[in-house]
Design a protein around this ligand. Sequence first.
Ligand code: ADP
Length: 665
Amino acid sequence: MWSIGMTTVLIELANIRKSYGGQDGTPAVEVLHSIDLSIGAGEFIAIVGASGSGKSTLMHILGCLDQPSSGSYRFAGKDIAAFSADQLAQLRREAFGFVFQGYHLIPTLDASHNVQVPAVYAGVDASVRSERSASLLTRLGLGERLDYFPKQLSGGQQQRISIARALMNGGQVILADEPTGALDSATGMEVMKLLSELAEAGHTVILITHDLKVAAQAKRVVRIHDGRIVEDRIPVMPDSIRHPEGTSHGSAVASSSAVTGLRVQPAMTDSGHAIGLAEAFASAWRTLWVSRFRTLLTLLGIVIGVASVIVLMAVGKGSSEATLSNLAAFGSVHRVQVWPDTDPNHGQNAGLSLVDVETVREVANVQAIVPFNPQQGLLVAGEQSFSTWILATGSEGMEVFNLRMQSGSYITREDEEQMAAVVVLGIGTRGRLFPDESINPLGQYIQINGLPFRVIGVLQETGDDEEDNTVMVPFASAAHRLWGSQDAGAVQLRVGDLAQLDQTVIGIGNALELARGARDFRVFNDAVRVRAQNEASRQQALLLSLIAGISLIVGGIGVMNIMLMSVKERTREIGIRMATGARQSDIQRQFLSEAVVVSLTGGAIGLVLGMGIGAVLMLLGVPVVFSVRAMLLAFGCALATGLVFGWMPARAAARLRPVAALAGE
Ligand code: ADP
């Protein structure tokens, strides 16, 4: 606290000089020459002088908005030369209240929130703040205008708001720079009356004006000319010099005034903490809402980026899961098939033979192998008949096709060697031929193309309609009895070690090509196909992510652009905030919060949009699988974009000098 105890002198300037220029080759010009000035607590003092005499410069130094080039400034006995930027901000926040010629209200805040600004930086509770600002504004006759924006109010009303703001944290010292300069004379008189009442009530009022008539209303007039004090007149000794601050005299005088109760004790118990995140976000949201169309345009890049990341990842995941489930439905990844080439260029007569089967059997890592020659045929059992695929295959078929027996047994090697007339039924075929569940088909004879075959086994359901509705017979039996040809049709095999799959597939190709003298066949494997597909879709996903990434960067640049523009446009606002006590960290946090709010809002809209597009695609039959990870990733990217691209503009804003910012430079 800036208590002055029993000292009556509050402000003491000694040998203060201020020069401008001097850097970058311009000659230094001294505009204040050795100013000595003491101001007591509770004084009502006017600093008067012609335009260009140095009044504003002096006021900026008095209000700690600018530093003197040399000399000492003691406030309540403390030399402020040693103060850090944050301590100066604290002093402005706790001790000073500024009233400017141009009111300097923040255009995007309503009356009540403008008045609250100094208390925000002092860490006062939102409810306490708004109550206090309402009571101040009510006493200043603006109780009905709490939610009016500055541009909806007259000059006199705006000036009263700025006076309320000056009083928000106590306003021990009111610094008024040409407070009546922009007002008509009647309104100007009202404002002066208000300032006089504040002085009566115990505030130290420092009035800066070029108008002698205005100055005459002060209790002490200091005239400044060409940067020097040329006159210091004290017509009446202010009471406060005789009565140290904190005595009861102030309230005694104020009891009869229109501003009874305006003399307020400092409201804050300064925390020294920067404003809270919630406060920063709320304020960012208010600011962005005021220029919502522009904000929306800025959001667009982020929205598109986030939505595309989510849709692309969902579609990618959907298609790869669809492929995988197809794979699961159509068989084992262990299975490799060799089919004669049906490419017209190679001719179609190059069927595979049993010799080829033996050639392939010799290839390393081939675990089980069968010839595979399916042909249409007619099955008859008693009254029932059924036309379906007859698969001529070998004893290792169970392993190759990953089959399980429901009953009986599979084709054996002996069956093959003896060309036994035996048949294994798929579960579907069993139902067709033996609809009566109670009849055991094992051992029964059925006719295939008119020839009798004994049923030796029934397969478990495989889930694949075609497989379930076939029958399997030993290859030799079919070749001999049914097809009348030794053509192997195709070769199907199972590899042992999946890790060796690729080499095995290549080995099969090479061995067969060598044996046959031509590459007139194709080697297929589901895993290889899926892998190729996955590889293609991964590359596609990479490309699409790249596009999404680029749109996020473009969005980020949009955010940075808007923030830089915003800092430029709101330089004066930054100045006002600094004058009312914002720390550099507060300003930085405010602008960073705005960038983050923009990008998070963009992220949220993008999320909803992405899910919407995904839902539409789903309705259109495109396989879509939303992934929480993708959503978090996209959202995280949006947040990071705001932080990264908002950082620079926020820092630029925080580093502005208070005077320069106030001047809107
Ligand atoms: P007043 O408020 O009495 O009109 P100022 O304090 O604004 O006077 O200015 C005093 C002198 O200092 C003027 O000559 C003005 O041109 C000069 N001056 C004020 N600010 C700057 C600045 N930032 N850079 C250079 N000269 C300045």
